[in-house]
Design a protein around this ligand. Structure first.
Ligand code: HEM
Length: 474
């Protein structure tokens, strides 16, 4: 491929590795620094692969409206091969017939408004179980991360398979524990900067044993998922539930065996679990951390809940649309701590122009949502947590993009909003919260694709007196 005539600005690079030596974690911060000195449309090279980093609303608009179709591909990473059933899962598969099929299926069978309404009781039950475990009359220190992670895992797992994995009535807690660990490991391996993805010769010597690690994980994941679908397949159809996504896929397998092979079904389950659990859990954790550091915001949110919901019943999903301040808090959390700060990498299927520059086909696109969300040209006092900023409708399109935009944007945004909204509303309504010490909660981010908190959140928690009756009935 000849070099483009008018390439975007780019820092000096090294032979063979290109800019890989510059990629320090967290990647969104490094890319932000590079964009700050070279501009919002930045060209890099990860080994042999051309990369485009965009970090302005106008560049985002160019990529995801006019050129959305052209950028609807995903790069083919090792993790897509080994841990996404050879590029057949919704998140990893290239744009085309198979993707459209899966996307339609997932949207209709799992994530449409009517399906989400149908699964409401699952979310209510899981949130109640969280509240019940936190219920106590005196202030005590609680660890939040694992509770929130269990909450989101149980919700998605029950929607997908009909099974409950953690806590009371858990059906198979030990293997689920292990499986959740594996999912976390998959995430660690899913970053956008595995050297072996960009310098194929490194695969020869198996850089950091990466490929071997992936193959081991693949085996374990596959056994777990095969066990799960076999169990559902073999269950007596007159007993048991048959409303889960896996049940629907198995039903389709009979009429369209090629489109719904066991592999495709396993890949779909894995995708829902890996895309839909940590993301929501981490968002709730960041939101609670922000509230602990801003008691005045917590107070206002509680006043809103007391006014709209009162003390005789728990907050519920239909209340969420009547709680604009809570929604502002969620938006502000997703602005400052987007669970996918660089979205998910895209890839161009043809040459195009972005920002007046030539971008060759086969370029990997990284959209730095994190940088846009903190751009002082777009947001007043961008690093401060200020839910009030949305009162006068700050936040137009292309400025706040935690779920991405265009045809590959997050199909689970509606579910995520409900899970995060219901959990936060209930935690604020039912409990008093304080920091474990005078010190502010540490807001630094750790490594990993979903931008976890470096230090898992701990807080002091006690049931609110006015909610004791409601809580005691759980
Ligand atoms: C706060 C929670 C969440 C955030 C911040 C989030 C964010 C994102 C982002 C940024 C993308 C990539 C968009 C792009 O490629 O440009 C994405 C893709 C995706 N998300 Fe989410 N997500 C969340 C929750 C969920 C949930 C609950 C599910 C489903 C159970 C889900 C399923 C997916 C899937 C399947 C994709 C891949 C779509 C495709 O490639 O066509 N996500 N998400």
């Amino acid at each position: 491929q000849p070099p483009p005539k008018n390439p975007p600005p780019s820092p000096p690079s090294l032979p063979i590795i290109g800019h890989l030596h510059l990629l320090k974690e967290p990647l969104h911060r490094t890319l932000h620094r590079l964009s700050a000195s070279h501009g919002p449309v930045l060209a890099l090279r990860f080994g042999s692969r051309p990369v485009l980093v965009v970090s302005s609303p106008s560049a985002i608009e160019e990529c995801f409206s006019k050129n959305d179709l052209l950028f609807a591909n995903r790069p083919r990473f090792l993790v897509g091969k080994h841990l996404n059933y050879n590029f057949t899962t919704l998140g990893a598969t290239p744009y085309g017939h198979h993707w459209r099929n899966l996307r339609r299926f997932s949207t209709v069978e799992l994530l449409s408004t009517s399906k989400l309404n149908m699964f409401l009781s699952i979310r209510q039950e899981e949130v109640k179980s969280l509240l019940k475990n936190l219920n106590q009359p005196k202030f005590a220190k609680v660890e939040m991360k694992s509770r929130l992670s269990e909450l989101s895992f149980n919700i998605v797992m029950r929607m997908v398979s009909g099974k409950r994995y953690f806590g009371a009535e858990a059906e198979d807690s030990e293997s689920a524990q292990r499986f959740r660990g594996i999912i976390r490991e998959i995430f660690e391996l899913s970053g956008a900067s595995n050297p072996g993805d960009f310098m194929p010769f490194l695969r020869w010597i198996d850089f950091g044993n990466l490929e071997r690690r992936m193959l081991n994980i693949q085996k374990e994941v596959d056994e777990f998922l095969q066990g799960l679908i076999d169990e559902i397949r073999n269950k007596d159809p007159n007993v048991g539930r048959n409303k889960s996504m896996t049940d629907s896929m198995l039903a389709l397998q009979e009429s369209e065996p090629e489109s719904y092979s066991d592999e495709i079904i396993k890949g779909n389950i894995l995708t829902m679990l890996s895309a839909g659990t940590d993301t929501s859990a981490v968002t709730i954790e960041w939101a609670m951390s922000l509230l602990l550091n801003h008691p005045e915001v917590l107070k206002r949110a509680r006043a809103e809940l007391d006014e709209i919901v009162g003390e005789d019943r728990l907050a519920d999903e239909p209340d969420l649309s009547k709680l604009p301040y809570l929604q502002n808090i969620i938006n502000e959390t997703l602005r400052l701590f987007p669970a996918a700060p660089l979205l998910v990498p895209h890839e161009s299927s043809d040459d195009c122009f972005i920002g007046g520059f030539d971008v060759p086909r086969g370029t990997m696109l990284l959209a730095n949502a994190w940088a846009i969300h903190r751009d002082p040209k777009l947001w007043e006092d961008p690093t401060s947590f200020n839910p009030e900023r949305y009162d006068n409708r700050e936040g137009e399109a292309y400025k706040l993009i935690p779920f991405g935009i265009g045809r590959r944007s997050c199909p689970g945004a509606g579910l995520a909003n409900r899970v995060v909204g219901l959990a936060l509303a209930s935690l604020i309504q039912c409990f008093e919260w304080e920091r474990v010490s005078e010190e502010l909660v540490d807001m630094s981010e750790g490594q990993g694709l979903t931008m976890p908190k470096l230090k898992p959140l701990e807080a002091m928690c006690r049931s609110r007196e006015r909610m004791i009756n409601v809580l005691s009935e759980l």
